[in-house]
Design a protein around this ligand. Structure first.
Ligand code: G3P
Length: 219
């Protein structure tokens, strides 16, 4: 499975979120690879109204119905059509573990699947006890890298991640700097069930070309 995080820098490329999801959907269909667009909360309703792909949201908060200005209520994105949510992405951390734990509980209770990010082994060892739908290993220093991917630079750590995730029976995803079929192949070969990508696709002049290359790694 291929999570494509539609970070906000996509605007510069001329392909907006709607059109990018249309491209992802046609490639998913052609290649028969599960592609999951991960979008901003404000785009969930519109995108899930036309796309048959699983649409995920980039973040939800821990809040309940009540006086909470500007927070993302898990119920709201679920009702808009989100199937799952990222949590603890290194670009959107919670104040502390308690808040993350509560947000994870809230997301799960409303029926959202969850993918929780860990930046290193220490964090992963702690977060695995949340029993998320997926856990991701994503070293922040390689996010957005154009030259080196997690699959190239962190194979030793990935091998340790596999041991932990297997022990706890939580499928794991790998991400950061992924930009080729070879990166995908290496990640899957190491035991990951999928990858998370962003800049390679979202900032591309020709996103279809990039995504077609990435899905080759699943063959
Ligand atoms: O959520 C995945 C994302 O953080 C990876 O970003 O640009 O390194 O593919 P990128």
């Amino acid at each position: 499975m291929l999570f494509v995080n539609l970070k906000t820098y996509q605007q510069g490329t001329g392909v907006d979120a709607i059109n990018l999801v249309r491209i992802l959907e046609s490639v998913a269909h052609e290649a028969q690879v599960k592609i999951i667009p991960v979008v901003q909360a404000s785009d969930v309703r519109e995108i899930s109204s036309f796309s048959k792909l699983e649409i995920w949201v980039q973040h939800v908060d821990w809040v309940e119905y009540g006086a909470h200005t500007g927070f993302i209520l898990p119920e709201a994105v679920f009702e808009d059509g989100a199937i799952g949510t990222f949590l603890n992405h290194s670009e959107h951390k919670f104040k502390d573990f308690k808040e993350l734990e509560k947000a994870h509980q809230r997301a799960t209770n409303v029926g959202l699947k969850t993918l929780v990010f860990a930046a290193d082994l220490e964090e992963l060892r702690k977060l695995i006890y949340l029993k998320p739908t997926y856990i991701a290993y994503e070293p922040p220093d390689l996010i957005g890298s154009k030259t080196i991917s997690v699959a190239q630079a962190k194979l030793e750590i990935i091998n340790k991640v596999v041991k932990i995730t297997n022990l706890h029976d939580v499928p794991f995803i790998v991400g950061a700097g992924i930009r080729s079929a070879q990166d995908v192949r290496k990640s899957l070969g190491s035991g990951a069930v999928g990858v998370a990508v962003s800049s390679d696709v979202v900032t591309a002049k020709d996103p279809r070309k990039e995504i077609l290359d990435l899905v080759e790694g699943f063959r």
